[in-house]
Design a protein around this ligand. Structure first.
Ligand code: ADP
Ligand code: ASP
Ligand code: MG
Length: 449
């Protein structure tokens, strides 16, 4: 694998399709570039992105662009829907939300055409098939556009249901997954994810100013970070990239800095870039998540089958459970408490389903707490370095942070704390594992909403 040539300045480049890049002698590459909402937040942002895309094309590359809705458009559309109804039909919600990406793709196409390159935009339903999950990618129209020497722009986050032919969406942050799915289908050389920070950092730079940019990260660790709430990459995007061996380069659309390479397989370490340390650090980073709530089912009869009954009810309500803790039953009572976390947005449905099943399961009551935060420490080196847990829990205790729930994997420790203590907890852990750098990480745009 070689590095993309997209950062070459437009002035030095040839417009001859397929010609080797003059500055480096590299032959043309197929590059998928994804621009998040903060990169296309206003007309100036769209023009800046258009210049960048045109430069990559003028360097002789084939370029496919995936674009998100402008700025906070998706959140604003959700707010609007909530003002109209508290039970929007899923179909109409998909219709509404998919409008955001249609606006940005058309505007970006216009701005690129103004730069003198030819661009054509496509809705997700013209390229991506599958409801909520991508089943199939049909890059036929995209390929035809590329063959004509055009830049293809595809709306992120949306697709078409194979059965009903309805417009569908891929879940919040899903444009990353659109980009990688197209990159895999087109056998692209690289999928570049452009955002408002310079790459993947050791923690969210909005919470830890001294977080450091990570040069390369294994997809295994990136999966854990994304699954633990680091919203820099959509979880399914990382899964997809790993499965299909797509090299991901996460970087800023506001700077020319080299970003973070997510390595699809451990063997890629050496080929990616000369001068990158091959020895991976023990810890790769800290992630936090405020999007979950904790449910405690109180007074569950401590007999076989009751936990199963509770989780069947939750599964039927289509809730995704994360952490689970069952308390030891209080001596002599024959009852126990079962706590779990789930996304806040799924809380109401899950509670309703549990209440309906209360007579049958026979528990006493339900507690619901959305004021929680989850902190996760991730590092492949945990496998071979004892003492990580000891340092972790000591740092939290020194910072006076009480722990509510704990879960672990081979390369991750997660705890639930009070929401108002979460930022302090993240900073304490980041410091304890000596992840702080000297420089302050730059956040170029976005509201962090
Ligand atoms: P986009 O709109 O480009 O998709 P997102 O808002 O989805 O951007 O993701 C970028 C944001 O992810 C950053 O602004 C940052 O606040 C947040 N983030 C969370 N964890 C990390 C991390 N470990 N490294 C970098 N950014 C992170
Ligand atoms: N616009 C969608 C969202 O805000 C998809 C994305 O940006 O990736 O979730
Ligand atoms: Mg995103």
């Amino acid at each position: 694998m070689s590095l993309p040539t997209s950062e070459l300045p437009a002035a030095e480049l040839t417009t001859e399709p397929g010609a080797p890049t003059p500055a480096t002698g590299k032959t043309k590459q197929l590059i998928v570039q994804k621009f998040g909402g903060s990169s296309v937040a206003d007309a100036d942002g769209i023009k800046r992105v258009a210049a960048r895309v045109a430069a990559a094309r003028n360097a002789g590359n084939d370029v496919v662009v995936v674009v998100s809705a402008m700025g906070d458009t998706t959140d604003e559309l959700l707010d609007l829907a909530a003002q109209v109804t508290d039970g929007a039909p899923a179909r109409e919600m998909d219709m509404l939300l998919s409008a955001g990406e249609r606006i940005s793709m058309a505007l970006l196409s216009m701005a690129i055409n103004k730069q003198g390159a030819v661009a054509q935009s496509f809705t997700g339903s013209q390229a991506i098939h599958g409801k909520a999950r991508i089943i199939d990618v049909d890059p036929h129209r995209v390929r035809t556009a590329l063959d004509k020497g055009h830049i293809a722009i595809v709306a992120g986050f949306q697709g078409m249901s194979q059965d009903t032919k309805e417009v569908t969406t891929l879940g919040r942050g899903g444009s990353d997954t659109t980009a990688v799915a197209l990159a895999a289908a087109l056998d692209a050389d690289v999928c570049e994810i452009y955002t408002d920070v310079d790459g993947v950092f050791t923690a969210d730079p909005r919470v830890v100013g001294s977080a450091q940019k990570i040069a390369t990260i294994s997809s295994e660790e990136m999966l854990e970070l994304a699954a633990s709430g680091a919203k820099i990459l959509h979880l399914r995007c990382v899964e997809y990239a790993r499965r299909f061996g797509v090299p991901l380069h996460v970087r800023s659309s506001f700077s020319q800095h080299e970003g973070t390479w997510v390595l699809p397989s451990p063997d890629d370490k050496i080929t990616i870039k000369e001068g990158v340390a091959l020895e991976q650090p023990i810890i790769s980073g800290v992630a936090h998540d405020r999007s979950e709530a904790k449910v405690t089912v109180v007074g569950v009869p401590d007999i076989p089958g009751k936990a199963a009954a509770i989780f069947q009810v939750i599964a039927k309500a289509h809730s995704n459970i994360d952490m689970i803790v069952q308390n030891v039953s209080t001596k002599g009572t024959g009852h126990t408490d079962i706590s779990f976390t789930l996304p806040i947005v799924e809380g109401a449905d899950a509670l309703e389903a549990l209440r309906a099943a209360q007579p049958e399961i026979g528990f006493e009551s339900i507690d619901y707490n959305a004021e929680i935060g989850k902190l996760s420490l991730i590092g492949a080196g945990m496998r071979s370095h004892p003492g990580v847990s000891a340092t972790f829990f000591k740092a939290l205790s020194d910072a006076g942070i009480n722990i509510d729930m704990i879960s672990t994997s081979e390369i991750r420790i997660s705890v639930v704390t009070r929401a108002d203590l979460l930022d302090d907890a993240v900073r304490a852990i980041h410091k304890a594992f000596e992840l702080d750098g000297d420089a302050t990480a730059t956040v170029y745009g976005g509201t962090g909403r």
